[in-house]
Structure formats: C-alpha cells, structure tokens
Design a protein around this ligand. Structure first.
Ligand code: PEP
Length: 256
C-alpha cells in the first residue's frame, strides 16, 4: 500500500490575521492547484483559523487546516479552552495533539493526550499525535522505549478504525527549533518502531495505512534524505512553514 504523504505546517504562536491571510495567499499561489499526491495541512493559531479557511475556500484549494490543540470536554466552564465541536464547525480536519511544547510548558500528560485523541476521533476528525524524546532520554539510550510508551498511552483504548484516522509525528525535542536535525537513520529507527507498535496494537492493515511524519528542523536541505526513509511519510514543520517559499518547497519534495 502506498500512503499519501502529508506536509503539515505548525505556525505555533505566529501570524496575526493580516499576516496569516498574506502567507496563505502566497502559499496558495505557489502550490499548484492540480495535485492530489500530497496532503497539505496548515496549523495556524485559533484566531487565524477562519481567515485562513476563507482564503483557501476562495482559492478552491485542497489545503486542509488543523488546530494546534483542542480540549476534550464538549462544552462548559473551561475558561480559555476550545472544543472539538468548535474546530469542526469552523472547518478543521485535524488537531495537533501532545506537541512537546504543550507537554513541557503546559504540563500536558499522556492521559490528557489520550482524552484529546478520543474526543477528536469520536467527532470524525483526525489527530496529529506528537511523540518524541528529550536529549537526556536519548543520551540515556532509552529513546525507543520512551517514545513507544508515549504512543501506547496516546492510542490506549482506541478501535483500529479510529486509530486509522490519526497521524503520528515523531519529533525529537532536541531537534525542534534548534537547527539540529535527527539523521535520516535515527528518525527511521524510531518511525519503524512506531509502525511496528501500531501493528501490534491495531493490526498490520492499520499500521500500513497510518502516516508517520518526522518533525524537527526539517528544511529544504534535509527533506529529501528524510523522506527517502521507508517509514517517514512526510513532515510536521515549524520554522520552515512560516515562509511560503520554503514550505512550498517542502510540499513539492513530497511529490517526487
Ligand atoms: C514543530 O514545532 O513541530 C517543529 C518541528 O518545529 P521546527 O520545524 O521549527 O523544528
């Protein structure tokens, strides 16, 4: 089975509405309209979701939109949170869940990641589930074990058809925003383990279907080597997604 590559741009806390509109227009112009061989996803801050979707709708673009985070409860007294129903109505196809910045800065646990994944798939949306080890964990020689634990916790209790709606992003924390990329072999070792774990949990068909992305200082110079690895199906990109020129190059790298 050939998996549809995905290139997802995580804008993090960048771009006001006016900046987001300009960036989306530039991107939409630089990506040709007529393609169906890569799934492109933009992950803007909440305030930019609607404006970005409006530009994409106007351009009849196939680019999809994801939230960067979501809360698992349906509604109620949860000041500052955004529900799955809210991002679904606005037009999001996915939400990122468990990004290392949320785990580190906002103390998100494996349990809350699991609740978010369950809430998303219950509503028919996909989760882009981030996993990845710190430098300390890698230097201790336990990266594979640690990342497998994160994956098992995130997907605990899911049915195979729900798990199949999700995408996994392997993002070693020591490579995020540092300019230090994992070597293709380091990334492949972890991504292969992730696919094997998915096969154990949900069966071979689900594992074959699921996209596994690499994230961590992916750029136009290293993308080809990373995408050449058999278990890397695309990228989750921070810095290089903030410029239309570099992000569209990364998208094009997926189409080769
Ligand atoms: C990210 O934040 O998901 C990421 C991979 O960032 P960067 O590409 O900037 O390392």
């Amino acid at each position: 089975m050939t998996r549809l590559p995905m290139m997802a741009g995580n804008w993090k806390m960048n771009n006001t509405i006016s900046e987001a509109v300009v960036l989306t227009q530039e991107l939409s112009y630089q990506l040709e309209h007529d393609w169906d061989d890569v799934e492109v996803v933009l992950c803007p801050p909440y305030t930019d979701l609607k404006p970005v979707l409006t530009v994409l709708d106007y351009d009849k673009s196939a680019v999809k939109v994801a939230a960067q985070n979501v809360f698992w409860e349906e509604k109620g007294a949860f000041t500052g949170e955004i529900s799955v129903r809210m991002i679904k109505e606005i037009g999001c196809a996915y939400s990122i869940v468990g990004h290392s910045e949320r785990r580190e800065i906002f103390e998100e646990s494996d349990e809350s990641v699991n609740k978010k994944v369950k809430a998303l798939v219950a509503a028919g949306l996909g989760a882009i589930v981030c996993v990845g080890e710190s430098l300390f964990v890698r230097d201790e020689g336990i990266a594979l074990m640690f990342v497998e634990g994160q994956l098992r916790a995130a997907f605990a209790g899911l049915e195979p058809n729900d798990a199949a709606k999700c995408v996994v992003a392997y993002e070693p924390i020591w490579a995020i925003g540092t300019g230090r990329t994992a070597t293709p072999e380091q990334a492949e070792e972890v991504c292969a383990m992730l696919r094997e774990t998915i096969a154990h949990m949900f069966g071979g068909a689900c594992a074959e279907e699921m996209r596994i992305l690499y994230g961590g200082s992916m750029n136009t110079g290293n993308v080809d080597m990373l995408l050449a690895m058999p278990n890397i199906d695309g990228g989750l990109v921070g810095g290089a997604s903030l410029e239309a020129a570099s992000f569209s190059q990364l998208v094009k790298a997926c189409r080769k």
